[in-house]
Ligand binder design. Structure first.
Ligand SMILES: NC(=O)c1ccc[n+]([C@@H]2O[C@H](COP(=O)([O-])OP(=O)(O)OC[C@H]3O[C@@H](n4cnc5c(N)ncnc54)[C@H](O)[C@@H]3O)[C@@H](O)[C@H]2O)c1
Length: 147
């Protein structure tokens, strides 16, 4: 946060994009608070990156929540959001809408995706592939299954 302030002349960024989601890690008291509350099923998600984005954003700025959240969170800085006059938005990507455009870019060779398919395996190994993806085992970015 201090670095963002310094980079923006003490004002904070115009736009902050939260791209972490419900499994955020965070050191310190807030991190421990989130872990305990989540494990006791008293809150569903760990929103530390959302809190940081709201606190870091400049007055009148925008915060976009791209990371996925399931339900309710505690210690949402509603006061800072309101008093700074922030615009807060979130959304799931409209995959179907952008697919044709992305495929066109791929066909022209402007976008390459091969490097993302780190683990190509037979369909029968799908449970193992998903587990590797979840645990980020062996540098797994995406497991691709061949029928
Ligand atoms: N809205 C959408 O349409 C959409 C699309 C794709 C992915 N997502 C979501 O975006 C999120 C990120 O996806 P991903 O594939 O990049 O996950 P990822 O696990 O690869 O990346 C998350 C990153 O966040 C970092 N991180 C953890 N805690 C942090 C914190 N407190 N502050 C800053 N960084 C922190 C981790 O070190 C990691 O590098 C997930 O919640 C995913 O479900 C949303």
């Amino acid at each position: 946060m201090a670095e963002l302030r310094e980079l923006t002349g003490g004002r904070g960024p115009d736009v902050c994009i939260e791209a972490v989601g419900m499994e955020a890690h965070s050191p310190g008291v807030h991190g421990a608070y989130d872990q305990v509350k989540q494990q006791l099923r008293l809150q569903t998600d760990r929103p530390s990156a959302v809190r940081e984005a709201i606190m870091a954003c400049r007055k009148g700025g925008s915060v976009f929540v791209l990371g996925v959240f399931a339900a309710a969170v505690d210690k949402f800085p509603l006061g800072a959001m309101m008093n700074k006059g922030l615009t807060v938005r979130g959304a799931q990507v409209h995959g179907q809408r952008f697919m044709p455009r992305i495929l066109e870019h791929m066909a022209r060779g402007e976008l390459t995706t091969e490097h993302l398919a780190t683990h190509v395996m037979p369909l029968e190994q799908a449970p193992r592939g998903y587990q590797m993806f979840k645990d980020k085992e062996d540098g797994c970015v995406r497991a691709v299954f061949e029928p």
